[in-house]
Design a protein around this ligand. Structure first.
Ligand code: ADP
Ligand code: MG
Length: 719
């Protein structure tokens, strides 16, 4: 199909109507989830009590597992499920599952095949999943184990049981294992700190509300772009005349076809218990965002992974493809996943919410100071946790937070920290202050105590922090593991210092305030409220000694510094072996990504771009011949110049692609993964940009009707 036929097809598509909402939301919300209410219906009273005891730290017995497995099966069968699977989050960044039927067949007769031991543990044949050497062939076993803290759900016709994934030796091969460990670590530390201020605190939960950005393009365009199919991003494509200079897309009305997709997505998400709340257009054309209401971190991570899968499925139904790549279109705004992160006590207190009393605020400031200190000390780790080949295109591309990690606090909080530093506290923290609108008909709007800064990678937004540097395709757990661990570590240091001061005879309040002050001073360079996109900030950050790590291979090295190993082993979140394996898996993934992009670019340049250019060149040559035959020698010159320009680009592409292949081959010989990834970054990666430039120039001069690839303006504006 030619490009113009593709456009015709898209324009004449019939709208796919979403599902009809016959029931009320309250009836369908979570109907596909094995919630505690469902458990209560299916389990005996004693089993339910035993499960609740597990929530308070008791182990789960075989007998209890059997009863729960049976309950899950009954419930799932009543919803038409035929299979079950342990559902887990391997380091590919995707979700993995291996489906088993609910019935074993013995001599042709079905036999119920789901019991407690199968619920508790499975051994998927997942030898092709990355293990970073943690599973050598002689111990090629990996196990998945049930995570009872994230409820099972039905997806398609399969009962999915959230699980961790570990090697034979118990090494973590996934994101969930260290995430759960990091949640325990921060729970313990934060409970101790909060207990300095309040009674009755037994637990602190981490909350996450992830905002998910994505692009939607028509599947017919997608099918015509080998780069989107293979790499999820366009490796060539000239910028459209109308990009986002006109920022009218942002908060503009949602196109009808997209709205139908969103409605169906929301409905299906609700059935799975995912509390999607907002939907709107994003900055770039064809870019959108959705955000759920925040939930407990572990469940929120699972929900985001599930949501991405659901988005992909439903988009296809509407003849769209959803793109989660951090930078699918060069020169156009990229996609991130803003991680709104906070801590909440078992008594319902948000620990990052400034309060009314001075006790509340001392507590708030303690947690704030610990967070600042954590980010300052371990900015390199946070950077590593968000590193990927895709996110490299986005970070620092003048429309996303730079690779320099800093913290935005806003004027009011900064003033208070300043006063603490200078020992002259006068200000009060106003949680929310009425804003004078001078519009008599509109009730006063409560203004957050922070103004908005959309350029900061890590911003305080009134009662939570927002980590904006996470890439749209990432598993949120990666950044959250680091954030939890480093903040927990800072809290422990904080508590030690408070205790020390108490021993020296200081009163409690004094000891706490002095420690806050110390932390504020020690972490001061990490605070920045200005424009993070500016060149001036880069210079300033350098003066402050903040790391500016631009590429993924460099960033990932932070995982295996002595400092990182000490930190993660101290808190038992990741062992040295696990850290190294993780780093190597991610380096490997980086190499593979660049390799794939390089390959696909080479193919497209040789098979699609050059042939189109030559066809046009042929036409031009014919024109020159005709002009000359008619005696118009002079007039032919302009066409000859064009022929020459095309030739130059074609030649350049040919020789650059050859060089690229040779360079790739050379680096493929390298056995050391660190060196290999660095080599790919320094020597292979730059080819992508130069080759692309020649291709994009050709796109701009070659006859439009010869161009085989859907153009940016078409993919972004036609639906
Ligand atoms: P925006 O940042 O676009 O203005 P909102 O302020 O509406 O968006 O919130 C964005 C996300 O932050 C939502 O997912 C919301 O649920 C989440 N959020 C709000 N409070 C908390 C909290 N205490 N902990 C974690 N996430 C939170
Ligand atoms: Mg936000």
């Amino acid at each position: 199909m030619g490009r113009s036929e593709v456009i015709q097809l898209i324009l004449s598509r019939e709208r796919v109507q979403g599902i009809k909402r016959t029931k009320r939301l309250a009836e369908v919300f979570g109907e596909l989830v094995f919630t505690k209410e469902v458990m209560r219906r299916y389990l005996s009273e004693s089993a339910m009590r035993a499960f609740e005891a597990w929530e308070h730290g008791e182990p789960i017995s075989e007998a209890l597992a059997d009863e729960i497995a049976n309950a899950m099966q009954q419930w799932a069968l009543s919803h038409g499920a035929t299979h079950y699977t342990h559902w887990f989050l391997p380091l590919t960044g995707l979700t993995a599952e291996k489906h088993d039927a609910f019935y074993d067949f013995i001599e042709g007769k079905p036999l119920s095949g789901f019991n407690g031991s199968e619920l508790l543990q499975q051994e998927p044949d997942a030898s092709s999943l990355p293990s970073g050497g943690l599973r050598s062939t002689f111990e090629a076993r990996g196990y998945t184990a049930w995570d009872p803290s994230s409820p099972a759900f039905i997806y398609g016709n399969t009962l999915c049981i959230p699980s961790v994934y570990v090697s034979y030796n118990g090494d973590a091969l996934d994101y969930k294992t260290p995430l759960l460990r990091s949640i325990e670590v921060i729970d313990k530390a934060a409970t101790r700190l909060a207990s300095l201020f309040y009674r009755g605190i037994t637990h602190v939960k981490v909350t996450l509300g992830p905002e998910q950005e994505y692009f939607l393009i028509d599947e017919a365009f997608f099918a015509q772009r080998p780069d989107l199919i293979m790499a999820g991003r366009t490796v060539i494509g000239a910028p459209p005349a109308r990009g986002q200079q006109l920022e009218d897309h942002y908060f503009g009305s949602i196109p009808e076809r997209v709205r139908l997709f969103m409605e169906e997505l929301e409905w299906e998400a609700y059935r799975l218990g995912i509390p999607l709340k907002t939907r709107h257009n994003e900055v770039a054309p064809s870019q959108f965002e959705c955000a759920p209401i925040f939930e407990e971190l572990n469940v929120s991570v699972d929900h985001n992974q599930l949501l991405m899968d659901l988005m992909d499925r439903i988009a296809r139904k509407h003849h769209f493809r959803v793109l989660f790549h951090e930078k699918p279109f060069a020169g156009i705004n990229g996609s991130g996943k803003h991680n709104n992160w906070s801590l909440i006590t078992n008594t319902g207190k948000n620990l990052f919410e400034p309060g009314k009393t001075s006790r509340d605020n001392l507590c708030f400031l303690s947690f704030l100071a610990c967070t600042l200190k954590a980010i300052y000390e371990h900015a390199d780790l946070l950077r590593a946790s968000i590193a990927s080949a895709g996110n490299d295109y986005r970070l620092g591309a003048n429309e996303a937070p730079p690779a320099i990690i800093s913290v935005f606090l806003g004027e009011e909080i900064n003033r208070i920290l300043q006063e603490i530093e200078e020992k002259s506290i006068q200000s009060q923290i106003h949680p929310k202050v009425p804003m004078r609108l001078r519009l008599s008909k509109i009730p006063s709007v409560l203004r957050d105590n922070t103004d908005r800064n959309r350029t900061s990678p890590f911003a305080f937004t009134g009662n939570k922090f927002e980590l904006r540097a996470v890439g749209a395709s990432a598993n949120n757990a990666s950044a959250m593991i680091v954030l939890n661990t480093i903040v927990a570590d800072a809290i422990e240091t904080f508590l030690e210092r408070v205790e020390q001061r108490r021993k020296e005879g200081k009163r409690k309040g004094e000891a706490i305030l002095e420690t806050i002050r110390e932390f504020i001073i020690e972490s001061k360079p990490i605070r920045f409220d200005g424009d993070n996109y500016s060149e001036a900030w880069k210079q300033e950050a350098k003066r402050r000694g903040l790391p500016n790590i631009e590429s993924t291979p460099e960033a990932l090295l932070a995982y295996t510094t002595d400092k990182a190993i000490k930190l993660f082993t101290k808190h038992d979140v990741l062992t040295e072996r696990e850290l190294k394996a993780r780093r190597d898996i991610l380096l490997e993934r980086y190499v593979k990504t660049i390799q794939l992009e390089a390959r696909i670019l080479g193919e497209m340049a040789l098979n699609q771009v050059i042939p189109a250019a030559l066809r046009y060149q042929n036409d031009l040559a014919q024109t020159v011949q005709n002009l000359k035959n008619a005696g118009l020698e002079q007039e032919a010159n302009v066409h000859i110049a064009l022929i020459k320009e095309i030739t130059q680009h074609v030649q350049a592409i040919k020789s650059l692609v050859e060089e690229l292949i040779a360079t790739r081959k050379r680096w493929n010989q390298e056995q050391d993964i660190v060196k290999k990834a660095m080599g790919y970054r320094k020597e292979v990666f730059p080819f992508l940009e130069v080759i692309r430039k020649h291709c994009d120039r050709l796109e701009q001069i070659v006859d439009d009707s010869y161009w085989p690839l859907p153009k940016y303006r078409e993919m972004l504006f036609i639906r």
